[in-house]
Ligand binder design. Structure first.
Ligand SMILES: *Cc1c(COP(=O)(O)O)cnc(C)c1O
Length: 362
């Protein structure tokens, strides 16, 4: 016998990462496939961050600070909160899993709009909770309908702003309205993995909502705008009691020494990080303009990616782009998500798209 796995786990499909450029290159015999599938930044770590990482190597014989006190203090100063309102985890995905483990049990309900981040249903199934999915409206989180779907058994609700994979945002006023209509017994998880890329002025500083809403927790990450996806470090902002409950389910020493050092250095270099984000946003504007000029009907992108809601054409379009060496993320029957990369790569995507779909399919 090989043990007796939990039925809930045996039934889990497992997280499906974007395909690597190398795998696609090998499959199709292409020399220069490019990966625009996982919303990574098209740059390596900033020089000062790379220095902090290499300087940390000599410390790897020891466990890192489990509580990451220095990093928490830096994040707190960075966002203007107290250190006890901040925690860190192994990527914000790690924190999302901790939130489910800390707050949701068998038979509880978890509400979300859909399509959204694919980890939510996996973590919900892991704790054997019931998933409540509310459709997006115009590719955007439909907060009134989500609020209407939440009842006394709903322990947690996800609001993803910007949403992944559609890239759309809801305004902060709408979030305030939502928080006002959700029972305080439901924890609201505001996933802001892409908040640094938002330019829509309806979205304002969500940390200002925390004092009035102790059931709100905000998650952010060093993976996207900070370009540190491979190091696995994200953070959560919320009421000290919520922070304490998240901390109880952190795997010992899950946020390693290099990740803590790199995250601190990246906060120190925030102005350089913002310059990179601005470059990505400029490319986003250019790619969006080119797509719309070509007749594509796409929602307003506010993350570092664009969304082609091609529905029935999604899988075929993803495959056709892949055969031309452009690896995107296709959601079968829904759409194709394309990460904004360097100017060259974005041009390769636009050229490949024009080749495989001379006529837009959305
Ligand atoms: C990328 C992403 C995350 C998690 O990223 P980490 O690397 O685990 O910090 C969380 N939420 C959304 C919506 C994402 O797209």
């Amino acid at each position: 016998m090989t043990g007796r796995p939990r039925a809930a786990v045996a039934a889990l499909p497992g997280y499906q990462p974007g395909r690597s450029a190398a795998a696609v290159a090998a499959e199709h015999g292409i020399a220069d496939a490019i990966k625009m599938a996982s919303n990574e930044l098209p740059f390596g770590p900033l020089p000062s961050v790379a220095g902090a990482i290499s300087g940390g190597i000599e410390h790897l014989g020891l466990y890192a600070d489990h509580g990451a006190a220095a990093l928490r203090a830096d994040i707190a100063a960075f966002v203007g909160l107290d250190a006890d309102q901040v925690t860190v985890g192994a990527g914000s995905a790690g924190i999302l899993q901790q939130l489910l483990l800390s707050y949701v049990g068998v038979g509880d309900k978890v509400a979300m709009c859909w399509p959204s981040f694919e980890a939510y249903p996996l973590f919900t199934a892991l704790v054997e909770a019931e998933e409540i999915r509310v459709p997006l409206l115009d590719e955007t989180f439909d907060l009134p309908s989500l609020a209407a779907a939440i009842d006394a058994d709903t322990k947690l609700a996800f609001v993803t702003n910007p949403n992944n994979p559609t890239g759309t945002v809801v305004g902060t006023d709408e979030i305030i309205g939502f928080l006002g209509s959700v029972p305080p017994t439901c924890l609201v998880v505001l996933d802001e993995a892409y908040s640094e890329f938002v330019t829509d002025e309806r979205v304002t500083d969500s940390t200002l909502l925390l004092p009035d809403h102790p059931n709100l927790v905000i998650t952010r990450t060093f993976s996207k705008a900070h370009g540190l996806a491979g190091l696995r470090v994200g953070y959560a902002l919320g009421h000290p009691e919520v922070i304490g409950m998240i901390d109880r389910t952190l795997v010992p020493f899950a946020v390693n020494e290099l990740a803590q050092r790199a995250a601190r250095a990246s906060i120190d270099a925030a102005s350089e990080m913002r310059a990179r984000v601005a470059a990505v946003v400029a490319e986003r504007t250019r790619v969006t303009g080119a797509l719309r000029d070509g007749g594509w009907n796409i929602p307003e992108p506010q993350g570092n990616f664009v969304w082609l809601p091609v529905t029935a054409d999604a899988a075929a379009l993803g495959n056709d782009l892949e055969r031309r060496g452009v690896v995107t993320r296709a959601f079968a029957g829904v759409g194709v998500r394309v990460t904004i990369a360097s100017r060259d790569w974005n041009d390769r995507f636009l050229a490949a798209l024009a080749e495989v779909r001379p006529k837009p399919t959305c």
